[in-house]
Write a protein that binds this ligand. Structure first.
Ligand SMILES: Cc1cc2nc3c(=O)[nH]c(=O)nc-3n(C[C@H](O)[C@H](O)[C@H](O)COP(=O)(O)OP(=O)(O)OC[C@H]3O[C@@H](n4cnc5c(N)ncnc54)[C@H](O)[C@@H]3O)c2cc1C
Length: 610
């Protein structure tokens, strides 16, 4: 069947209309009054991305005008939490601008809770402020919609386009409309990728009918990584996957419980277990365990060791806090505003937190760049702050000309969260507009042969299905094609067993990783035979393609870093200790799309803030 091709020309193309993408779209208009700014989103920006369901807290806010925190403090905090390795220039850049972003959210109508005594924003913790955030995403989307020349919803971007004369210069993107199947060619002078993180690359704890239940959004399908990787951009810290301690079975958040309700954890016998593991952790990672707050991964590690020692389950002590009616309300509202499913799980399992201390568990690993983790693209830093080695002209530009990123896309900067991701979108947009304006006569050329080739590749799964659909051997099993769900389950199994997922106790080693790469290579070969029954499955097919490429990158990085830097996130059993001598550095990778080879290198970590 022939598909209509729609051409869209723009100055700035924003891929992904979540927090980073909305920030980028909004700010592009501010600096580029006369530019054509286009945002393309695979869902609908009104309710898309990791914040779609609403939030209960904004996790990154300095409070500088009340002298609560300074940007330097936030850099120290993130550096400590990531065991020493963050891009301090990028983190500082977000921290110094994030308050202004939050003030805009309030101006646009976001209800932020106030402390009745001081009149300041109600703090949940040192960095978090509490919001009535059900409408958070629609508010942010409205600002982006008003700023954009056009928003294209329901278009899944599958590939970036490169300039036909300059192989390292981005020229746009292609994708398809997931509702009517039209093919889209976006030509642009600069592209900002803000396509979220990656869930479902490791096997989740919830399988079978519960499979859609993951902590990070199930629709975060690694496009933020696969798109730049395929364009040849360098990636950093992709081994730094995150594992979350959350309420069991519903992945309900624990932040408000620890910080605001002052609940605490204990083992099955009512004992505090974290202190018990301190000495052994010190032997693995040195002084990091003595820092305050104790890094997130190390707290996970203590929980995992305690469970392995047979003293699980670990419980959150809620019984005391929930006696206070105010705290009880906050406890429930926290879920109702953000993770309704957890309240439903408790109701269905007869858990009243006033009477029973609920269980905690650790999640499967996720790959992202905005939480207590910093996987993503290697980006140029701010002119006034980044060391020379981290600067190649434009803030947040990747190692590909004209290609920028924000939010989960950009590596090295943990703890930006929703507000920091929006802020980073603004920072990237300001630089992208300057990039475009300084090259007013530079319009990259897109080759017709290239997008015609991609058009064929993109719809091939529909063709595979059409031809092979009568050869079903059992149920949905076909000798001619692989369904996206089957491919996803194969990927999750490989990552789980070889790259340090839940069933391997987050543990891997060189032989396992090497075998994992072999199995991933075989899976990649089979992806040419993906079969898609309809447009929805075609989207699943391309999400799988993106997940597989990102997974390969994660595995290469995990193999390259010969140490266990973040116990509690993952373990290299053959290098079980933190090794500051050899590995106090960033890991970088670059994928060659022609040969399929990865080049790995180290980059220095500069400590700019004392
Ligand atoms: C369960 C949960 C709880 C959280 N709690 C908090 C909290 O309490 N406070 C806080 O501040 N932060 C919180 N966060 C973090 C916050 O949501 C993220 O930091 C932020 O959303 C990251 O922004 P982003 O733009 O990188 O990704 P997202 O906001 O996820 O946006 C990515 C967008 O890209 C789109 N997209 C993806 N692939 C494609 C493609 N191929 N083509 C087109 N579009 C595509 C997606 O549909 C999505 O709209 C939480 C996140 C989760 C999942």
């Amino acid at each position: 069947m022939s598909r209509k091709t729609v051409f869209v020309d723009s100055d700035i193309l924003v891929v992904g209309g979540g927090m980073g993408g909305c920030g980028a779209t909004y700010e592009s208009r501010y600096w580029g009054r006369d530019l054509k700014i286009v945002c393309v989103e695979k869902a609908n920006i009104e309710r898309s991305g990791a914040v779609a369901q609403g939030l209960y807290a904004i996790n990154c806010y300095m409070g500088m005008h009340w002298n609560e925190n300074q940007p330097e403090d936030h850099v120290r905090y993130a550096r400590n939490d990531l065991m020493g390795l963050v891009r301090e220039d990028l983190g500082y850049d977000i921290a110094r601008h994030v308050d202004a972003t939050v003030h805009k959210f309030e101006e646009w109508g976001l209800p932020i809770m106030k402390d009745p005594k001081t009149g300041r924003y109600q703090r949940e913790g040192k960095w978090q402020i509490m919001i009535h955030g059900e409408s958070y995403k629609p508010l942010v989307a409205e600002a982006a919609r008003k700023a954009a020349s056009a928003v294209y919803n329901r278009i899944m971007v599958t590939h970036l386009l490169m300039d036909s004369k300059r192989p390292n210069r981005v020229a746009g993107a292609v994708g398809f409309n997931v509702r009517n199947g039209d093919f889209y060619v976006f030509r642009a002078k600069a592209v900002i990728v803000a396509a979220g993180g990656a869930s479902h690359i490791f096997k989740p704890r919830a399988v079978g009918e519960g499979m859609g239940r993951t902590w990070y959004a199930p629709w975060s399908s690694a496009s933020a990584y696969a798109l730049p990787i395929l364009a040849g951009a360098k990636m950093t810290q992709m081994e730094n996957r995150i594992v979350l301690t959350r309420f069991k079975d519903g992945y309900g958040p624990v932040g408000a419980y620890f910080l605001h309700l002052k609940t605490y954890t204990q083992n099955a016998y009512g004992q505090d277990y974290e202190a018990f593991w301190r000495d052994s952790i010190e032997k693995m990672v040195g002084d990091y365990v003595n820092h305050h707050p104790v890094p997130t991964c190390l707290r996970n590690h203590a929980l995992l060791e305690e469970v392995k020692a047979g003293r699980g389950p670990i419980r959150m002590v809620t019984k005391e806090a929930f006696k206070d009616p105010h705290k009880e309300t906050i406890g429930w509202e926290n879920f109702l505003g953000m993770t309704i499913g957890q309240a439903v799980v408790w109701a269905s399992q007869n858990i009243d937190p006033k009477e029973i201390n609920p269980e905690l568990t650790t999640s499967e690993p996720y790959v992202m760049g905005s939480h207590a983790t910093c996987s993503g693209a290697w980006a140029s830093g701010p002119e006034d702050y980044a060391p020379a080695e981290y600067q190649w002209g434009y803030n947040r530009m990747m190692t590909v000309e004209g290609l920028f990123g924000a939010g989960d896309t950009i590596g090295g900067t943990a703890h930006k969260f929703s507000s920091g991701s929006f802020t980073e979108g603004r920072i990237a947009a300001k630089a992208a507009v300057r990039y475009v304006m300084e090259r007013s006569n530079d319009r990259p050329e897109v080759s017709e042969t290239e997008y015609a080739r991609l058009k064929k590749v993109i719809y091939q799964p529909l063709e595979n299905y059409r031809i092979g659909r009568n050869e079903i051997v059992a149920g949905t099993v076909s000798p001619s094609y692989l369904l996206p769900l089957h491919g996803l389950q194969r990927l999750e199994k490989i990552m789980d067993e070889y790259v340090g997922g839940i069933s391997a106790h987050y543990t891997t080693n060189q032989p396992l990783l090497t075998r994992g790469l072999e199995l991933l290579a075989m899976l990649k070969e089979d992806l040419a035979y993906l079969g898609a029954e309809d447009l929805h499955q075609l989207q699943r097919a391309w999400e799988l393609q993106h997940r597989v490429l990102a997974s390969e990158c994660v595995t290469q990085h995990t193999l390259f870093r010969q140490e266990t830097r973040w116990p509690g996130y993952y373990y290299r059993a053959d290098h079980p200790r933190l090794d500051d001598q050899d590995w106090h550095c960033f890991t970088l990778s670059r994928y060659d799309r022609d040969s399929g080879r990865w080049e790995m290198e180290k980059a220095p970590v500069y400590h700019i803030i004392d």
